[in-house]
Design a binder for this molecule. Structure first.
Ligand SMILES: Nc1ncnc2c1ncn2[C@@H]1O[C@H](COP(=O)(O)OP(=O)(O)O)[C@@H](O)[C@H]1O
Ligand SMILES: [Mg+2]
Length: 329
């Protein structure tokens, strides 16, 4: 696969003015992006997502390492390299607030050197794709945050660059607009095969749109894998076990201390243990624990898991790529 972005060992530390203390926002981050790939950059607040995106689009200089876009080093061939990338960051600074929706699209299409006819065609296409037709003559200034965000993304697409960076595209949007934007982006990524990097902690966005995810925590890459692999991996570790009888207090204590990500539910008609194992092999330990007192097992089922749970376990459980190697069956 053709690599369009290569990031090698980038780091960024911010200095606190008062205390002179350094905040290491990004530490030795490396990854590649393939052409046509939709990559999710995930991480909790403060993980270093925005700093990474800003370094990719040249808004922030890294303290170390290198970034190339289409083989061009963004520090040595800055202008040429940055021609291949457009970004939508918080605050939608890529829009003209005193122009209307249509004027913004036409202005940026014109900037690309399109003919008058093509400009009108591009503007119409994007108004349609982003459900903005009924707002075309409204000033950006007066639009809701959701509408502004849709327009900002439309403008970024218009630039027709090889790579588009979207920093938290659904952050702060209400549920409805967020859902709509997810659908619009889904349609675009399926139809147009653009290379897109989306930073987010909105897991449905990631699960639906991204081929691959990089999870960063405290400035470091902890996971770099395909979404489907991660889901499959975690599904092989999540079980619901129905027991024929209640566990003794001793077994229960052992269960909860050895498998802190498990729940134990005992009622008058059933006893269920749900576990999320850190390693696939841990299932044997669980069975040893049940065997100790001859506890009857009535059924074992896999639990379906969504990306939100995967993310929480990776970030909370401190998992890394080495630990993510699936067990051989
Ligand atoms: N301009 C800045 N000055 C000082 N610290 C900053 C600045 N920008 C970000 N940080 C700090 O760097 C860390 C990473 O921030 P950021 O890249 O915005 O993370 P994210 O986008 O994942 O929330 C955080 O601890 C944040 O407080
Ligand atoms: Mg951010």
């Amino acid at each position: 696969m053709e690599k369009i972005i290569e990031v090698r060992g980038i780091s960024k530390a911010y200095g606190k003015r008062k205390t002179k203390e350094k905040i290491h926002a990004v530490r030795d981050v490396s990854f590649d992006v393939n052409r046509g790939e939709v990559l999710g950059l995930l991480g909790p607040n403060g993980a270093g997502k925005t700093s990474t995106i800003k370094m990719l689009c040249g808004l922030l200089e890294s303290d170390a390492g290198s970034i190339t876009i289409n083989g061009l080093d963004i520090y040595k061939k800055r202008l040429k390299a940055l021609e291949h990338i457009s970004a939508v960051l918080e605050g939608n600074r890529n829009l003209y607030w005193r122009l209307t929706v249509r004027e913004n699209l036409e202005y940026f299409a014109g900037n690309r050197g399109y003919s008058r006819k093509q400009v009108a065609y591009q503007a119409d296409k994007l108004l349609e794709q982003f459900n903005l037709k009924d707002k075309e003559n409204e000033l950006v200034n007066g639009l809701s945050r959701g509408m502004q965000q849709k327009l900002a993304i439309a403008v970024a697409l218009l630039a027709n660059t090889d790579v588009i960076l979207l920093d938290e595209p659904t952050l702060g949007l209400d549920v409805e607009v967020s859902y709509e934007l997810r659908n619009i982006l889904n349609r675009i990524v399926k139809e147009e095969k653009r290379t897109i990097i989306i930073s987010s902690h909105d897991m449905p966005v990631v699960q639906e749109l991204c081929d691959r995810v990089i999870i960063i925590n405290k400035g470091e890459v902890v996971i770099d894998d395909r979404v489907e692999n991660l889901l499959r991996l975690f599904e092989t570790r999540a079980y619901s076990i129905k027991l024929g009888e209640e566990l003794s207090i001793n077994q229960k204590n052992k269960l909860l201390s050895r498998f802190p990500l498990s729940t134990y539910k005992a009622s008058s008609h059933e006893t269920i243990v749900e576990v999320n194992l850190e390693h696939g092999q841990d299932i044997y330990e669980l069975f040893d624990l049940l065997k100790e007192e001859g506890t009857m097992v009535e059924s074992i089922d896999r639990i379906t898991i969504d990306f939100e749970q995967v993310f929480m376990q990776i970030v909370k459980g401190g998992m890394t790529n080495e630990m993510a190697t699936p067990i051989q069956c």
